[in-house]
Design a protein around this ligand. Structure first.
Ligand SMILES: NC(=O)c1ccc[n+]([C@@H]2O[C@H](COP(=O)([O-])OP(=O)(O)OC[C@H]3O[C@@H](n4cnc5c(N)ncnc54)[C@H](OP(=O)(O)O)[C@@H]3O)[C@@H](O)[C@H]2O)c1
Length: 236
């Protein structure tokens, strides 16, 4: 059976990815951060045999290790890991006003160290996978080459660092047959602002479909690493 692990699967893109993977006959391990949010429970009711919901806070070593144990209790391999969980709400401030370093550290811990913690926690399972694919959900905000922002230090720097992490992982994991991708999902209608963002331009389902299509087409480990959900390479 094909197996996938998706973090931050409560809502937004993560929930859409989990749902799309279930429809493609994956067994999905879904990281749950918001136990009271109903979407993942509804998905579990619809797919009780193919979905495993795991409590997961990617900033906690204990939570990440416990989730990995629960995955390993149910499968001996992972074909696909999608590090999707992240925080956006950026209260970093401005160099002309105040700067809030604690908020920046939280963003770095969640968006950059979180994926590395999770990847590390399931490395034996990923090595044993048939497909062996690691996807970090990045952002155009992590592109230094096309940076247009004058603020949002915490979010943008965390995603630039995630891109570097993805590049290092690709170098290292090639010898183990594991491919790595860093994907910008588009400007997605999700809950990144703390409420549903109607003003965004892409439905989470459309973005998830695009990402799964890229995953399906991925064969060349030397293909561009950092790309958007429609397959266009982004400048680092
Ligand atoms: N939406 C966009 O336009 C956009 C653009 C570029 C990149 N992205 C990336 O796309 C991915 C998915 O974001 P989204 O748009 O679907 O946002 P979302 O609706 O906020 O989903 C992200 C999920 O991750 C959860 N999460 C936050 N902190 C976590 C933690 N410490 N451990 C585990 N889960 C945690 C969130 O919970 P809370 O809701 O409680 O925070 C939420 O359920 C993120 O990596 C994001 O950076 C999004």
């Amino acid at each position: 059976m094909k197996t996938a692990y998706v973090t931050g699967a409560d809502r937004g893109l993560g929930e859409a990815l989990a749902r799309a993977l279930l429809s493609e006959d994956y067994h999905v391990f879904a990281g749950q951060y918001l136990p009271d949010w109903p979407q993942l429970t509804a998905l579990l009711n619809a797919h009780p045999d193919k979905l495993t919901v795991l409590p997961l806070d990617v900033t906690s070593d204990v939570s990440v290790a416990t989730a990995a144990e629960l995955v390993a209790a149910e499968t001996d391999h992972l074909d696909l890991l999608i590090n999707n969980a992240a925080l956006f709400q950026d209260r970093s401030g401005s160099v002309m006003d105040d700067l809030y370093f604690d908020d920046m550290l939280t963003l770095y811990d969640t968006n950059c160290l979180g994926p590395l913690r999770v990847t590390h926690s399931v490395m034996p399972l990923l090595r044993a996978g048939h497909r062996k694919l690691l996807v970090n959900i990045s952002s155009e905000a992590g592109s230094i080459g096309q940076c247009w922002r004058k603020k949002e230090y915490g979010y943008a720097m965390s995603k630039a660092a995630l891109n570097m992490q993805s590049a290092i992982l690709r170098n290292h994991l090639e010898e183990y047959g594991i491919q790595v991708m860093a994907i910008h999902p588009g400007y997605v209608r999700s809950y990144m602002l703390g409420h549903f963002n109607e003003d965004a331009t892409v439905d989470a389902d459309e973005s998830a479909r695009g990402i799964l299509e890229l995953i399906r087409l991925r064969t060349d480990s030397h293909a561009p690493l950092y790309l958007d959900y429609q397959g266009s390479a982004l400048p680092w």
